[in-house]
Design a protein around this ligand. Structure first.
Ligand code: UDP
Length: 347
């Protein structure tokens, strides 16, 4: 027998008003909450602060001048999630909460599969049970694996190089199957490229615990003098300057992509790349940072990082055609905004 689905069959998702944002205190989640609240949505945030802190929520309130409903909750906990759905009228879910460190996922595959898959299953289950028609999922360009860039949504997914990437691909499949089984339930799978930058106020940004894994937070810590130098992982790739090429996207552009998906994605299953469509090398990013901020970033060339691909960038055309969304902010904006936040950051 089919699982009970209370989403009205064939109904358009309509324009959701009250959005449950899981991982809303995290880097992308908090910026998306700013975009949602500034556009007139209300938000309910569920976050267990496993890689974030309450100060992000204060910053969201301060920037927007609006309040939000908050649950300190692990969204793998089905009864806690059920409680959120019964205490609030939820019109749509944006699911960010998840583990995201590639290297850690190799060391702790079971934690990654458990956390990332179970949270998606629990939340999609709560949607179909409570008749919530719209789900937006935080996926990643890592699902394209070894395909040849630019990555297009219609490419077959290739095995990811690590368990983190696999969890994203499996969650996409779980949501696709749920959409197929429940005609009133719609899911948008958003494949992010490399989110960087910060809110222009300097109050909200990326504050990873410990030594950063990702390039931009590493650059800002070196610029601040907290880390000695940047290691550039390989300068012998088949790219114009030999260093790895990525599609860096300003986190506020990315946040606005979620609103476009909520508003404009069609019924059923939809998949979109959220990227700029342009590749920037490690060396180009470092140079752009120095130019935009006037601060120098000591660096050295180091060995390639295992699992890295040479080039990754989006074909960003589908999101523009179907969602009416494209990026506006430049690499210079990303560098300046990241630096403004880092300079303000005291912890
Ligand atoms: N990178 C680097 N030094 C660092 C961190 C990253 O040279 O300390 C390079 C990495 O090899 C890749 C690019 O910067 O080419 C982006 O890496 P990041 O970890 O930010 O994102 P990824 O694309 O790997 O998810």
């Amino acid at each position: 027998m089919a699982e009970a689905c209370k989403c009205a069959p064939g109904s358009a998702p309509g324009r959701p008003e009250n959005i449950l944002v899981t991982g809303g205190a995290g880097f992308i989640g908090s910026h998306t909450c700013v975009a949602l609240l500034s556009t007139g949505y209300s938000v309910v945030i569920a976050d267990n602060f496993s890689n974030s802190s309450p100060s992000a929520l204060d910053a969201v309130r301060r920037i927007t001048g609006r309040d939000l409903v908050f649950y300190e909750t692990d969204v793998t906990d089905a009864s806690a999630v059920r409680r959120i759905f019964s205490e609030n009228r939820i019109d749509g879910v944006i699911h960010f909460a998840g583990y995201k460190a590639v290297g850690e996922s190799v060391e702790k595959p079971l934690s990654y599969y458990r956390n990332n898959l179970l949270s998606t299953i629990v939340l999609a289950g709560a949607c179909v049970e409570h008749g919530v028609p719209r789900f937006v999922f935080s996926s990643s360009a890592t699902v394209y694996g070894d395909n040849k860039p630019p990555f297009v949504e219609s490419m077959p997914l290739l095995p990811a190089a690590n368990p983190y990437g696999e969890t994203k691909a499996v969650c996409e499949k779980i949501l696709a199957d749920t959409v197929r089984s429940c005609s009133g339930f719609s899911a948008s799978l958003l494949r992010y490229f490399n989110p960087v930058g910060a809110h222009e106020s300097g109050l909200l940004g990326e504050a990873p615990n410990g030594i950063p894994n990702n390039l931009m937070p590493y650059i800002t810590r070196v610029a601040k003098g907290e880390l000695k130098e940047l290691s550039i992982f390989g300068n012998d790739y088949d790219t114009p300057d030999g260093t790895g090429v990525r599609d860096y996207i300003h986190v506020m552009d990315l946040a606005e992509g979620h609103i476009a998906a909520l508003r404009n994605a069609p019924c059923g299953l939809s998949v979109y790349n959220l990227g700029t469509g342009k590749g920037t090398s490690v060396l180009q990013l470092v140079t752009a940072f120095e130019r935009a901020t006037g601060v120098s970033v000591p660096r050295r060339i180091a060995a390639r990082r295992p699992g890295d691909i040479a080039v990754c960038y989006a074909d960003a055309g589908k999101a523009e055609r179907e969602l009416g969304w494209k990026t506006h902010r430049t690499i210079e904006d990303m560098c300046r905004d990241s630096w403004r936040f880092e300079k303000n950051r005291c912890v």
